[in-house]
Design a protein around this ligand. Structure first.
Ligand code: AHM
Ligand code: MG
Length: 335
């Protein structure tokens, strides 16, 4: 049987699922950019790409050289094709305007160009996360595209995905009808469909959280993690295993592959920051993917995809993965 490339999968989606041709083109361009980022990341010290830029992004985080390179690769790949009305990125203060010399399109592309960048210099998996929204009608408005165009709840996403740059480079994609996984065949230079119909098991014995923040957690999270740690003799009646890569893409990828629960709760370190992860660039695309694979995602109170964003760089607490455990930790918040 012939192998199914990402391009072929997308063309088949256009035929069977009415995926518009410009959305197909958009995904192809993002995938091409991810290949370039994968190649750049893999050069490591040989390419002189490790280390910091000495600059900070809008969230006060030190930018790595690869954060900035990856951001530029995605912008350059996507700005000229005529499929986008604008872009927004974790690494840029404001919405990115499509240069006037290029045509504009119907979609908005939102991304975290290189997630997990604290892992770059130690050669641990990192990745690119992206989300696609429709640009709202601008009613003939001229001029720059404002931040408000992007502030749509996650339920409005028409596509989301991530590339993980690990032992293999993989692209995981949802167009709203399930999740497909593609592995980069470096000899062909193509993403090949290797993981059809991905399903997150409803139950799990594995959780992921940064335990070093324990003393800062809210009571429901402390209670829940205490129960996980109590194992077989505790109220949950089973022993749990813990994993924390500190790259959300890698942690979510493990959960898509074998189940589990990922948590980055709100904590009391900085009251102005309700969690660490960003709604638009991390929580929404990952929640869309996880739900499409049969899992669940909440902020402890409500479904993440239902949150109405109020700003581009908004942060949220995140609980996602196997349904049963997400439901339990969410219920503890609501008690
Ligand atoms: P980044 O986008 O700046 O890389 O930050 C997001 C990352 C996630 O990938 C990961 O889950 C989390 O931050 C790890 O945070 P911590 O270092 O607090 O454990
Ligand atoms: Mg990130």
């Amino acid at each position: 049987m012939s192998r199914i490339t990402l391009s072929r999968y997308l063309i088949e989606q256009t035929r069977s699922n009415n995926t518009p041709a410009d959305l197909r083109f958009l995904i192809e361009v993002v995938a091409r950019a991810c290949k370039e980022i994968s190649h750049t990341v893999s050069k490591g010290a040989l390419g002189g790409v490790l280390g910091s830029m000495g600059t900070e992004n809008i969230q006060g985080e030190i930018q790595k050289k690869l954060d900035v390179l990856s951001n530029d690769i995605l912008l350059e790949a996507n700005e000229w094709g005529g499929h986008l009305a604008g872009m927004a990125s974790e690494e840029m203060d404001n919405a990115y305007q499509i240069p006037g010399k290029y045509p504009k399109g119907a979609y908005l592309l939102v991304f975290d160009p290189l997630d997990g960048s604290s892992n770059i210099d130690v050669n641990v998996s990192v990745g690119t996360i992206f989300s696609v929204l429709r640009c709202p009608e601008r009613n003939g408005a001229e001029g720059d595209l404002g931040e408000e165009a992007f502030l749509q709840p996650g339920t409005e996403q028409v596509a989301a995905g991530y590339a993980v740059y690990g032992p293999q480079t993989m692209l995981m994609l949802t167009l709203g009808n399930g999740v497909k996984g593609f592995t980069l065949d470096r000899e062909l230079g193509s993403f090949i469909l290797t993981h059809d119909n991905i399903q997150v098991p409803e139950q799990t014995k594995e959780f992921a959280i940064n335990m070093s923040n324990q003393r800062h957690w809210d009571a429901p999270v402390s209670r829940y993690v205490d129960e996980l740690l109590a194992g077989k003799t505790g109220p949950l009646g089973k022993d749990y295993n813990m994993r924390w890569v500190a790259s959300m893409v890698a942690d979510v990828h493990r959960i898509l592959t074998r189940g589990g629960l990922f948590m980055y709760p709100r904590d009391s370190r900085d009251p102005s920051m309700p969690g660490k992860l960003r709604l638009m660039y991390e929580a929404n695309p990952m929640s869309f993917i996880i739900e499409q694979a049969g899992g669940a995602a909440t902020d402890g109170q409500q479904r993440i995809l239902d949150i109405q964003p109020t700003s581009l760089h908004q942060r949220v607490p995140v609980f996602l993965g196997s349904k049963e455990e997400v439901a339990r930790v969410t219920a503890y918040h609501q008690e």
